[in-house]
Write a protein that binds this ligand. Structure first.
Ligand code: 26Q
Length: 802
């Protein structure tokens, strides 16, 4: 639908008047945000309805993406962009002396995710709608999103993220679509006319109420639905919840997002959350299938429905679909199993053992007695089916229930027709190491789907200046077809374009410098190298290696050895219970303090740790980055996605050959990336031979020793305990992440960065190549591959309203 500036202004006045009895002059940014978002809602609502009707009529297959996290960030600008209104609205507001960016800043971040996995789920939603596939998100409407991070004396403190305090403007409560979810109690199987049917006794019933968020596709795309479930006391069950505590226990189900992104803890509430949204989602799918589509033949379900399991958190979907088919719809077990396997597919996001979900059999039996019975039966049949075909060892290693625990990854693999990793190396490691036994059993189920990013958000919204430069050079069609970005490489020798590129970067850096000044009071020089590491804080991501590099630079500067000016920028949250990660934050903050206030350094080096890294902050930092730090221990980062966002914005990557970094290198060529460090075979060799002896390295390398010693010799004030903890960690023979093993290679890569920085033209050329090749990581390409290879979807045909 077209919108003119004049029409928008009229609507704005009307909304402000109706909602707040204000006009454009008197309204606050938050009033303006409410009014503009209401106009946007009016813009997509008719289309949203029309598409739902078209879906029901055309009965095409749909995918349901089950994810315990969705991390969309803010939606105003992306909805405006996708409606094709962004420019008009920005200009209309400017006419009224209003700034869209300031108004948009009033929107709270929808931070219903920890990091990569949740952000990927949100990107997939946007992409499905934009590419024209009917895809639905299924998740949890957490009352509190990921905690807000504050630093107090350099320590991380967590504050609740009450994002719903000011009502969410995008969600629609759909009470009529509520379903009931049952927990606990006892289950007895009784014969009901020849069908063994469960009878429940003493179970608790919770009502799941969906809140739907429209996912507006780009330009001629669809408007899909992200369905997030909230837990309530069912009105008909009021008497069973007599006390406030009883009621609160129900509300608690959806109250918090677990803040650990790579460490698994078997908490009962987490298990409840997992079953809650899985059961609600599947019931709602079957309601749609049997009622709206009026289909009674469940054997045809796989022709209409694909359910995707994002990591193992929703893996109970396999058992729950079996329960619904067998118990409620009286489908026989073998038929039900066949349907389930055809419907389900699973993505693995980690190879780290400590992140693998395992649930205690006793806990699961108590909370979900029928589900535990079904998983036990799946496991039994799996073992019986293999007996005699493979060795007993293989059966023992691959079965679902072992040592009193349910291995969720095994359930996910056994119950799905497709298992994918998220980057080529990651998938290869799944096939040859971590899931080798399963790969031998089911080689055809394994496939790779390298992650992608929403270029719409990371270029068009976050970096409009660079987007304009692409328009001016290669034409506007890259906005619809990212392949065309490759044409940008033709400007490799074009001095004018290279200058423009560097002006845009400088401009973005000035804006970030201003923001840094406002937030921290620290002045940074926008002409310095902006060296960025933004991601969750984790030992394997090795913010510690960056820290050692900073200490080395500091020592050089103190000794009169010169380096190009550099501003190191961190953004990272640590899981609240992750002691080591919090110690790293403290040491980095104290190091920053020391360096930023040392007159000897003379502004040659600044270290900025920005609080509360989230999607909104990413949109400010990433367009201003010169260097992208992707320095995880090889084999540990499944893919990474900040690497892709930074590349698209013209940052040059310094990287270990881990995750998708390898594919970035393939795309840009060796000369346009700074790669370094141990390869996967060297890493596995250390592990296999127990041959990592960091103390020897430390004793034999004076530069390393000096940097590491700074942690304990009193150089860095106010963190002797934490500095000692890092020191001990680095020097231990069982240090898993091999920080010191990569130190020297990392310094060499950084020296090369300094050399290149001095050749301004070469730097701009490399930057240009990186931007051009970021098309490879366009999430729409990733989604096309999922749609074709895994979900077997066709695009929906819809007529536009006008
Ligand atoms: C599990 C059980 C209990 C509590 C929490 C969790 C939990 C929650 C979140 C476990 C893992 C996560 C998130 C993992 C994650 O974000 N992984 C990242 O996924 C990205 C998208 O595929 C990859 O790019 C990253 O490499 C990977 O680390």
């Amino acid at each position: 639908m077209q919108l003119t500036k004049e029409e928008f202004k009229k609507r704005l006045e009307r909304k402000l008047d109706n909602y707040f009895e204000e006009d454009v002059k008197s309204a606050s940014n938050s009033d303006l945000y409410a009014a503009v978002s209401a106009i946007v809602r009016d813009g997509y609502t008719p289309q949203w309805r029309r598409i739902r009707i078209a879906e029901t009529n055309q009965k095409q297959k749909q995918v349901y993406y089950f994810s315990i996290e969705f991390l969309p960030g803010t939606l105003l600008k992306s909805n405006l962009l996708n409606l094709g209104w962004l420019k008009t609205v920005r200009e209309a507001l400017a006419d009224l002396h209003l700034d869209l960016d300031k108004i948009a800043a009033a929107e709270p971040d929808m931070a219903l995710g920890n990091g990569g996995l949740g952000r990927l789920a949100a990107a997939f939603m946007d992409s499905l709608a934009s590419t024209g596939y009917t895809g639905n998100g299924n998740g949890i409407r957490y009352k509190y999103g990921l905690f807000k991070q504050k630093f107090v004396n350099g320590y991380q403190k967590e504050l609740p993220n009450d994002w719903l305090k000011k009502e969410d403007h995008w969600e629609v409560r759909r009470e009529s679509k509520s379903v009931l979810v049952r927990f606990g109690g006892k289950v007895n199987m009784v014969d009901d006319n020849g069908w063994m049917t469960p009878q429940y006794e003493g179970e608790r019933v919770v009502r799941a109420v969906p809140y739907d968020v429209a996912v507006v596709g780009y330009k001629d795309g669809l408007t899909n639905t992200l369905r997030l479930w909230d837990a309530e006391v069912p009105p008909e069950e009021e008497l069973n919840y007599p006390t406030i505590t009883d009621r609160r226990r129900v509300e608690d189900l959806t109250s918090i997002l677990y803040p650990d992104d790579s460490n698994y803890e078997g908490r009962l509430l987490r298990l409840k959350q997992e079953y809650f949204f899985v059961s609600a989602g599947l019931q709602s799918i079957l309601n749609y299938y049997t009622k709206d589509l009026d289909n009674k033949d469940l054997t045809k379900l796989p022709n209409y429905v694909a359910v995707h399991i994002n990591d193992t958190h929703p893996a109970m979907a396999i058992a729950e679909l079996m329960r619904l088919l067998v118990d409620e719809h009286r489908v026989d077990w073998d038929t039900a199993w066949n349907i389930t396997q055809k419907v389900m597919s699973y993505t693995n996001h980690t190879i780290m053992a400590e992140a693998m979900e395992k649930w205690d059999v006793n806990m699961m039996s108590q909370l979900l007695p029928r589900i535990m019975q079904i998983i036990t039966e799946i496991d039994r049949r799996f073992c019986v089916g293999l007996k005699g075909h493979v060795s007993d060892d293989v059966i023992e290693r691959t079965r679902i229930i072992k040592n009193g625990q349910v291995q969720m990854a095994h359930l996910a693999i056994i119950g799905s027709h497709s298992i994918n990793g998220v980057a080529a190396l990651h998938t290869q490691l799944l096939e040859t190491k971590v899931l080798k036994d399963f790969y031998n059993l089911y080689p055809d189920r394994f496939n790779n789907k390298t992650n992608g990013i929403t270029l719409r958000r990371w270029l068009q919204i976050a970096n409009p200046e660079l987007s304009d430069l692409l328009d001016e050079t290669i034409g506007k069609n890259w906005r619809n077809d990212s392949d065309e970005m490759l044409n940008f490489e033709k400007y490799y020798h074009d001095t004018k374009v290279l200058h423009k590129l560097s002006d845009i970067k400088l401009d973005n850096k000035k804006k970030l410098a201003k923001f840094i000044k406002e937030r921290t009071g620290i002045v940074v020089d926008p002409t310095a190298i902006f060296d960025v590491q933004v991601k969750r804080l984790h030992a394997y991501k090795r913010q510690t290696l960056k820290l050692l590099h900073i200490l080395k630079l500091y020592q050089d500067l103190k000794a009169g050895i010169d380096h190009p000016k550099r501003v190191v920028i961190f953004g990272a949250k640590a899981a609240p219970s992750y002691v080591f990660a919090k110690q790293v934050i403290k040491v980095i903050n104290e190091t920053a303090n020391m360096i930023n206030n040392d007159p000897d350094v003379n502004d040659k080096l600044k270290v900025i740790f920005l609080e509360d890294y989230d999607v909104s902050l990413a949109e400010r930092i990433i367009p201003a980055a010169d260097v992208s730090e992707q320095i995880s221990t090889t084999t540990k980062e499944a893919s990474g996605t900040s690497n892709m966002k930074l590349m698209a914005n013209g940052a040059l990557t310094v990287a270990t050959m881990d995750g998708a970094n390898i594919e970035i290198k393939d795309a840009v060529g060796e000369d346009n990336i700074f790669s370094f460090g141990l390869n996967k075979d060297q890493v596995y060799k250390y592990y296999a031979e127990h041959s990592y002896h960091p103390r020897e390295m430390y004793e034999n390398d004076a530069v390393m020793k000096k940097a590491v010693d700074a942690l304990i010799d009193g150089t860095i004030p106010n963190c002797s305990a934490e500095g000692q903890a890092l020191f001990n960690n680095f020097l231990g023979d069982n240090e898993q992440f091999l920080v010191l093993a990569d130190f020297e290679a990392y310094l060499r890569a950084q020296a090369k960065i300094e050399q290149t920085w001095k050749q301004k033209r070469l730097w701009e050329q490399m930057s240009l190549v990186n931007i051009a090749h970021s098309e490879r990581f366009d999430v729409d390409k990733t989604i096309e591959r999922y749609a074709e290879d895994i979900w077997h979807l066709k695009k929906l045909e819809v007529e536009k309203a006008d």
